[in-house]
Design a protein around this ligand. Sequence first.
Ligand code: NAD
Ligand code: 89Y
Length: 338
Amino acid sequence: MLKGGLIGCGFFAQNQLHAWQDLDGVEIVAICDRDAGRLEAAGERFGIGRRYTDAAKMLANEALDFVDIATTAPTHRPLVELAAAHGRAVICQKPFAIELGDAEAMVAACAKAAVPLMVHENFRWQTPIQAVRRVIDEGAIGRPFFGRFAFRSGFDVFSGQPYLVEGERFIIEDLGIHILDIARFVMGEASSIACRIQRVNPRIRGEDVATMLLGHGQATSVVDCSYATRLPVEPFPQTLVEVDGDQGSLRLVEGYRLTVHGPGGTRELDVSPALLPWAERPWHNIQESVQAIQRHWVECLTSGTEPQTSGRDNLQTLRLVDAAYRSAATGQVQELAG
Ligand code: NAD
Ligand code: 89Y
């Protein structure tokens, strides 16, 4: 049985705690939050008695196999470095860091301590996204030459996550980061990016619309994100996908419907996520992917393999985020090192 300690018992950690409870071979034995009320509420809700308001004390007192960090970005570096100093494996929420230098320092600290590090980059683990990748891996549409990854919504994410109103940066850093990771997962590593941003909602500080054009070697993709889009059917939190290959095409449309067209004909697939017993629509797509990435972590720790979205891997997603903001500021295409 792997023993974990979770730091940060806020809005999103509730999903992580539910998912840990459902998984075999792992248990969250201690929790930490510097807000005593939140700590108490999570402890009672999930029946976890060992509670700390100080992460350093939790690390010193508990015999943990890993630490799951579910705080917001400003505290990631000190907490990851604390876990590494105690020789504990670490999961850290996205955005892993705001500055690339901090991300590189965390990767280096975990490498030096020889502890596994995974970024909780869960969107690629969504059932519909896994289905898209499977169709491509099966060769059903041939070699992809174009992709579009669209997340366009008018859903109120600000009431649950009020800090999103205040940041100088918003949609790329918070949400686009997931969609850029999906683009990498489906199309392969990106070699260039151009980006334009807009702010439509006057009540927030950062950008709520971002339109990005990526080069992936010979292939091209468009990643377009908006929290200012009012649609007759609200698709939150679905990423809609189009991929054209040299033998066919796929379309993942609203309602989790995937159409695959290839030399053998056309198939319609229902790729809906499961509604887990503790999940709530429309979040169930994200909630199921939390369970999937945490299962992947248990498998990786048990087998000694590197997680798909290890700290090292996530540096490449963060480089895209950084380059997207630089492109938006300068109007120039940004080239990324291989
Ligand atoms: P939140 O503010 O609701 O919760 C964070 C909690 O961490 C708070 O209770 C706070 O008191 C606690 N905390 C902060 N620093 C601490 C420290 N040093 N020691 C102990 N406790 C500390 O935030 P949230 O909305 O739950 O977001 C947390 C992270 O999850 C963010 O980075 C966000 O981007 C990410 N998130 C990810 C997804 C996803 O699908 N992967 C979805 C939503 C949010
Ligand atoms: O914080 C974001 C995330 O990671 O997924 C959706 C979200 O909760 C709001 O954009």
